[in-house]
Design a protein around this ligand. Structure first.
Ligand code: MRU
Length: 326
């Protein structure tokens, strides 16, 4: 199954807002429809957003009177994952050559993502066994970094999948990932489909369970890796990194090269998306907080480089804890 693909004259994507109850594919034939799908997280996860951005420029080339203006709107649909802007920019380089050239570049980006996730899975699985000194490590992870966050296979959850396929996964612990529950809804669904052993926890249990020795490594994805190695990822990642450091557990970022943003010197310069207060005030339309409650809802946080043991990409392993930078 592909999370996102081109289908003749439209983008097809799995509507992730419906999972795990329903696995439905929707067709999106306009740039504004794609922007809406990105904003409501029907398609989400940094690598998938990169492919969406590139395919969206193909849609713009085919349907928009001013494709460059439409691409600029698409590029700004969500601010934190650099992959979206990267995918748009890569496809835009071919706009003057016409629709077929733009689509060709977008399909290359799709195919490169599939290959990159396989490579990260292999490299990451080897590294985790080496760092933990375990043949069958136990992995903690946050948000959803599986095939649903990419095209076919994921980043951090791709490493978990590779370990499982090698018969080397002792177990996964997935944080539920409030407020939108990507861990409970999507990661648990993917781990179940893999047949991998897993347990789901509330986000606030993560650091304590690390202190209690319940996981051998923390693996996360990334939305943007700054030039100095600081890493923006789903809210809750920073707390896990602090807990991992205190517990002496390796904290590993798994992300494609397209997530590395050398134009952003450090994490404090990454724009963090603040989302709708309604996401915090209740769960899926059921109001929990009292009327008048004020909300802070940052969708991402930044883990400083000194808390990161390693960054794994499809090409290399970077060791921020040894002073290496991307
Ligand atoms: O808000 P989301 O669901 O798009 O956030 C996704 C994440 O934070 C992922 O961890 C990140 O994009 C890496 S996905 C391989």
């Amino acid at each position: 199954m592909r999370t996102i693909d081109w289908a003749g004259d439209a983008v097809e994507l799995v509507d992730q807002t419906l999972l795990p109850g329903e696995c439905a594919v929707i067709r999106v034939g306009t740039v504004d429809g794609l922007i809406d799908a990105i904003r409501r997280l029907a398609v989400r996860g940094a690598p998938a957003l990169g492919v969406a951005g590139a395919l969206g420029v193909a849609l713009a080339a085919a349907t928009e009177p001013d494709p460059a203006a439409a691409a600029a709107r698409l590029r700004a649909a969500r601010p934190t994952a650099v992959n979206l802007a990267w995918g748009v920019d890569e496809a835009l380089k071919h706009l003057d050559e016409g629709f077929e050239a733009v689509l060709g570049r977008a399909l290359e980006i799709r195919d490169a993502d599939i290959a990159a996730c396989h490579a990260m899975g292999e490299r990451g699985a080897d590294l985790v066994c080496e760092l933990t000194g375990r043949d069958r490590p136990r992995i903690m992870t946050v948000c959803n970094t599986g095939g649903l966050a990419a095209v076919e296979r994921g980043t951090a959850l791709g490493v978990v999948q590779t370990l499982h396929e090698r018969g080397r996964l002792a177990g996964a612990i997935a944080l539920e990932t409030r407020p939108l529950l990507q861990g409970a809804r999507l990661t648990a669904w993917e781990l179940g489909r893999m047949g991998a052993p897993y347990r789901l926890i509330v986000d606030s249990a993560g650091p304590f369970l690390l202190a209690r020795g319940e996981a051998d490594a923390v693996l996360i994805g990334a939305d943007r890796i700054a030039a100095n190695g600081d890493t923006a990822n789903k809210i809750g990642s920073y707390a896990l990194a602090l807990g991992a450091r205190r517990a002496g557990v390796p904290f590993v970022v798994v992300a494609p090269e397209s997530t590395v943003d050398l134009a952003t010197p450090s994490g404090d310069l990454v724009e963090i998306e603040d989302r709708d207060p309604e996401e915090v005030l209740g769960v899926r339309g059921v109001r929990l907080a009292p009327e008048g409650a004020a909300v802070l809802n940052p969708a991402f946080d930044v883990t400083p480089r000194d808390l990161i043991t390693a960054i794994v990409t499809e090409r290399r392993v970077i060791r921020p804890d040894r002073g290496e930078t991307p």
